[in-house]
Write a protein that binds this ligand. Structure first.
Ligand SMILES: Nc1ncnc2c1ncn2[C@@H]1O[C@H](COP(=O)(O)OP(=O)(O)OP(=O)(O)O)[C@@H](O)[C@H]1O
Length: 250
């Protein structure tokens, strides 16, 4: 079902109540005096891959940061698997099983690949053990002793994803994983997202690369000026291509 921006705001939590994993309702957020998120509403169901699409500066990264507790000035409701996150700290939110792969990748240049991998603490059983990580990202196994600042952009991205998978988080927030990467690496990231989905992971993905996103996601939200203004199931994309391209300016 499609929504207009009005009824998305009026019925923030209408979709999929029974298997909803994340329900963001009337989320507002600020950087200091600057009001960036304006009543943002979205839901993610268990096992879905959902994208946030939008132009530069629309508020996609800020929405992920607000969910993760990295944007402190926020109001509204962020309900995750039975727990309200709005007043929780990032550390507590991570312990609930939410992993964040930032667009900056967050790799420590003066630590080795192995040290970077082992840095985030495990928060639950069932995460990827090292052999499974090497199987998913064979390049990393070859680079275990290399320093983070010697890695290519693609290797850094893989490391950033791998170390979150090791923690046992089952809900992954990924911010522009394909940014600046070569097509062959983008394919590998796409393969990883598919593998995770088939293993039951839930993923909220921020992407500028619509071509990449449309092949992976179950649903897409369009973000403009700090709010969700439209939503498309993947099977509605073809029929709404012009409209979506208009939103994204492509
Ligand atoms: N640390 C910050 N301090 C102040 N304003 C910020 C900060 N980070 C982002 N903004 C502003 O908040 C708004 C939303 O930015 P955000 O990074 O969430 O957008 P985005 O949709 O992720 O775009 P992009 O793809 O360019 O990262 C923009 O106007 C941006 O300039």
């Amino acid at each position: 079902m499609k929504h207009t921006s009005d009824n998305l705001q009026a019925k923030p939590s209408a979709a999929g109540e029974e298997d909803t994993l994340l329900n963001v309702c009337d989320l507002q957020g600020w950087y200091g005096e600057s009001h960036v998120l304006h009543n943002c509403n979205l839901t993610v169901r268990k096992g879905e891959v959902v994208t946030l699409l939008g132009r530069n500066g629309a508020g996609k990264t800020t929405t992920l940061k607000a969910i993760m507790g990295l944007l402190k000035a926020r109001t509204g409701s962020i309900h995750f698997d039975g727990t309200e996150l709005i007043n929780k700290q990032a550390r507590e939110i991570a312990r609930l099983g939410i992993g964040y792969v930032p667009d900056s990748r967050g790799i420590f240049g003066s630590l080795s690949v192995m040290e970077n991998l082992l840095l985030p603490p495990k928060i639950a059983d069932g995460g990827f053990e090292l052999p499974a990580i090497y199987e998913l990202f064979p390049n990393l196994k070859e680079r275990l002793n290399s320093y983070g600042n010697k890695l290519s952009g693609g290797e850094q991205q893989m490391l950033s994803i791998a170390r979150i998978l090791r923690t046992g988080a089952r809900f992954i927030l990924m911010d522009e994983p394909t940014e600046g990467l070569a097509p062959v690496i983008i394919q590998q990231i796409g393969h990883t997202v598919r593998r995770l989905k088939s293993a039951g992971y839930t993923i909220l993905l921020v992407e500028q690369n619509f071509h990449f996103a449309r092949k992976l996601a179950d649903r897409h939200y369009i973000v403009q000026e700090g709010r969700v203004v439209d939503e498309f199931h993947n099977n509605e994309v073809e029929a709404n291509l012009e409209k979506i391209q208009g939103y994204l300016g492509i």
